[in-house]
Design a protein around this ligand. Sequence first.
Ligand SMILES: C[S@@+](CC[C@H](N)C(=O)[O-])C[C@H]1O[C@@H](n2cnc3c(N)ncnc32)[C@H](O)[C@@H]1O
Length: 275
Amino acid sequence: MDAKEAEAELQGQADIWKYMLSFADSMAVKCAVELRIADIINLHGGPMTLSQIVARIPNTDDALSLNISYLTRIMRLLVRRKIFSAHQTSEGDEETLYGLTHSSKWLLHDSKMSLAPMVLLEAHPWLVGPWHTLSQCVKDGGLAFEKANGHEIWDFASENPGFNKLFNDGMACTARITVNAILCEYKDGFGSVRSLVDVGGGNGSGLAEIVKSYPHIKGINFDLPHVVATAPIYDGITQVGGDMFQAIPNADAVFMKWIMHDWRDESCVKILKNC
Ligand SMILES: C[S@@+](CC[C@H](N)C(=O)[O-])C[C@H]1O[C@@H](n2cnc3c(N)ncnc32)[C@H](O)[C@@H]1O
């Protein structure tokens, strides 16, 4: 084997190590969200030492009992991934100050533009479990979510309030981000629409952003009954529960985001016929 070939092979091995352990990145980000590390630093108003952070971790009876050395190792990984920054307190000082970066700002719980709920959703065993069934899906077909959790995803959500909330909160935070990006760039369409139905609109957070920018629009958020039953009240929006395969409320225009990818083409045609 020549040197070039040997180097390529070594790189191949390094890549497999990277992919084998890349789940650790998601789990470390999930840990930071659960411990509210970004919120703690943000509230403090600037970089903090780990002992200062630990003292402010919520729902902890005894901060001294927390395992700082464990958290140090998790923060080392997150700094490496540029989720947090690390600076020395002063020359020769051993203590590290941890600060926010452009990434950790997306992990703030108390921010309108946050991905924290989506991190908690995607890293939850209910959603990680289906990925473990990929090879089984290739062999037998079927739905990965059902294989892992025993029920098809929307039935599971209707029977499990914890999953319903986790899922709807995750969707709501991303809908807010995406719809705001659409509103920044798409200037012509909404002005002439008097009523708009968001089909499979989740809890209505995306439509709420549209109606806030175009208050003349009468918004109808349409989703399954168990979703709208727990949806917040938004100004200018009527929450309607139903099944888009049966009927969709009338409106001047239909908005659909993150819907079609969940069904086969034949099912999507049925939805479109109801629009
Ligand atoms: C991937 S989520 C997208 C949510 C939202 N549009 C967004 O982008 O954040 C799919 C949505 O479709 C809804 N849904 C699933 N089956 C439905 C049906 N038969 N009728 C109406 N809504 C449905 C789910 O409850 C869920 O809120």
